[in-house]
Design a protein around this ligand. Structure first.
Ligand SMILES: [Cu+2]
Length: 316
């Protein structure tokens, strides 16, 4: 006995219609799935298990970030063609990968302060500071930059970036040994260094730069309010222009280079120009440990970038 085939309840025309709709929907899905709109990484790629992970980002209350002690979910490596030598320009290839080994490419990072990747570079004596922006190469996860070390020693590179998957600042670090004369670490242990004024003022290129804490001494674990100002020594207008979307950037390092703090002015509206003859900007920082620190200020004066160091002590 044969039974009639079970009926689907659809006519042949309806089945054809369903097939067409399904095909179109699938095509639309595949189109959006494979066009390169954004990152292929997700927040799990940037997760660090356990305590002490790098996750400090309250822009209203910037902290000193202990990058070395904290476990970053990102691994950074540096490669050069020849031996790095003092005074010679180097082409450095930087590789950024997640803990799981996935490359971190430009589409995986957000633009912050005009760039996707910021590198803060300093020598062991904190006498030299450079801020560079590596550019992506054709290889995913590989970035390149030019760098001329002015001194010898083991340079430390701190990367500052924001994954699109988490929208939170993240950090990584790597070292590079540079051949050549090394300075002594004397000033970090209390002596006055060559070329650095152990004070809250510094003079350079006809300008006087002042970093003025609301109260002294600066104490560990207490938020410090700092006023940064620039004055032309002969008097007159200070041609202060924005650099990386701020009128000044301050970067603090400790003597051991265990990490850094990257500070931006409270005055975030660039259309409100600071005072013409005495531009003054407010900063806030909390430093967790006592010790000797250097704050480098980076400003743009009439189109040229100027870096000014301030050396100071933080008491317990
Ligand atoms: Cu900055």
């Amino acid at each position: 006995m044969s039974q009639p085939p079970p009926s689907t309840g659809f006519s042949a025309a309806q089945l054809r219609q369903i097939a067409v709709i399904t095909t179109v929907a699938l095509a639309v899905f595949l189109f959006f799935r494979f066009i390169p709109t954004g990152t292929n990484l997700n927040h799990m790629d940037f997760r660090v298990s356990g305590k002490n992970s790098v996750d400090y980002c309250d822009p209203a209350n910037p902290q000193f970030i202990p990058v070395i002690a904290a476990r970053s979910p990102v691994k950074m490596t540096l490669k050069t063609e020849g031996t790095p030598k003092r005074g010679e320009e180097l082409r450095v290839t930087l590789t950024l990968v997640t803990a799981g080994g996935k490359p971190i490419a430009p589409e995986d990072l957000l633009v912050m302060h005009g760039k996707k990747l910021h590198l803060l570079i300093t020598d062991p004596t904190l006498t030299e500071y450079q801020h560079v922006h590596p550019e992506p190469t054709r290889r995913p996860g590989e970035w390149a930059f030019l760098f001329t070390p002015r001194l010898g020693g083991t340079y430390r590179f701190f990367a500052d970036f924001t994954p699109a998957a988490t929208a939170r600042s993240l950090y990584a670090n790597a070292d590079l040994v540079v051949e050549g004369v090394r300075l002594t670490l004397g000033y970090l242990e209390g002596e006055s260094p060559v070329g650095i004024v152990t004070a809250w003022t510094a003079e350079q290129g006809g300008y006087r730069f002042t970093l003025d804490p609301a109260s002294l001494p600066v104490r560990a674990r207490q938020a410090a309010d700092l006023k940064f100002s620039v004055k032309k020594i002969d008097g007159g207008v200070v041609p202060l222009e924005p650099v990386m979307e701020a009128y000044a950037h301050l970067v603090a390092f400790d003597a051991k280079r265990s990490g850094f703090a990257h500070l931006h002015p409270m005055e975030t509206d660039l259309s409100l120009r600071p005072d013409a003859t005495l531009p003054t900007l407010s900063f806030k920082i909390t430093i967790p440990e006592a010790g000797r620190y250097v704050i480098w200020a980076q400003v743009n004066l009439a189109g040229s970038e100027v870096f000014v160091p301030f050396l100071f002590d933080v008491v317990p």
